[in-house]
Design a protein around this ligand. Sequence first.
Ligand code: ADP
Length: 396
Amino acid sequence: MKILVINCGSSSLKYQFIDTETEAVLAKGLVERIGIDGRLKHTPAGKEAVVKEESIPDHNKAVSMVIDALTDPEHGVITDMKEIDAVGHRIVHGGEKFASSVVINDEVIAAIEECSDLAPLHNPANLIGIRACQELMPGTPMVGVFDTAFHQTMPEKAYTYGIPHEYYEKYKVRRYGFHGTSHRYVSGRVAAILGKPIEDLKIVVCHLGNGASVCAVKNGESVDTSMGLTPLEGLIMGTRSGDLDPAILQFIMNKEGLDIDGMMNVLNKKSGILGVSGISSDFREIEDAYAAGDPAAKRANDAFVYRVVKYIGAYAAAMNGIDAIAFTAGLGENNAKIRKEICEYLGYLGLKVDDEKNNVRGKEVVFTTEDSKVAALLVPTDEEMMIARDTASLVK
Ligand code: ADP
């Protein structure tokens, strides 16, 4: 089947067009600056990328440009829109309503709408993408794949916050977790690479990108993860604070005269690696500054690594041991130094890094020694492939 995978944001739309029989990516692209001015970059497999700059007032125009690009006689990969067998949509928050991917119908759309107050920036944008596709591709089946779904197996003790239970009962305030599609894909690959059934494995997946989260996967199920009600909890991220003492909010708001929106903006956009270093949210710049002896870069680097290590320790306790630790996403896939620094703390687990094997980027590898008691792996994530697979299997 040929599946169009769509990841729709408020002003952007990423897509991949995947043949699920061969798992080949036939084309991919990005529409940016929707509602501002407009730019589409379309890359057909094995060919040069094409860029189109023209007015893109709304998502309907963006989707129609994607269809035009896919069917273009020169840069296209199909001749007719009808060759798109189904569309898979990435959806950020499924609340407690979705524990797996689903075929989208009116009921599902209403349920995604209901989850919108849990992800006010993301779910409405995802819905706009769904509606635009419905309008332009009527009759083409659509599937929703949720970032939160994989974590619905978390036990109550892991998702419960230490606040009055009535807030859960009234408003469903609990931990949900995100990056679920990535954690599911990577843990599945770990089992395949190690040649063991996932049902027998205790795996920690470290998804370390701009947004970052750690997940404990026991017997193929997520039993805990570092993000919570929103993607703000957990690790120190590119610009997000991760865990902190909630009383800090009031303290800083009083000192700086901030209202709650201003404070949340600081925690989401001005904190994390950017805030701690004062240099950048991008680890490449942190590494360069660190190498040049900048103490602020070292502070950010060390605090980031230490937080990851603490979560791995917590999940070793939660699962009563670890068989494998996998690293993925921008940093996890490209930064051997960070992988090494994290693993150096894990000698107590019997984990031993093979430096030569660790010296790679972006490809699957086990980078621990033969006698290491815990396997450490680099596994490039592929959320789009997972969305395409789910979509194909649900609409078949
Ligand atoms: P996002 O969560 O936005 O998808 P990414 O997964 O792209 O983020 O991760 C961003 C981080 O990964 C940045 O800190 C960046 O330094 C690092 N990164 C991404 N690509 C590379 C690369 N090719 N080489 C080194 N670091 C990279």
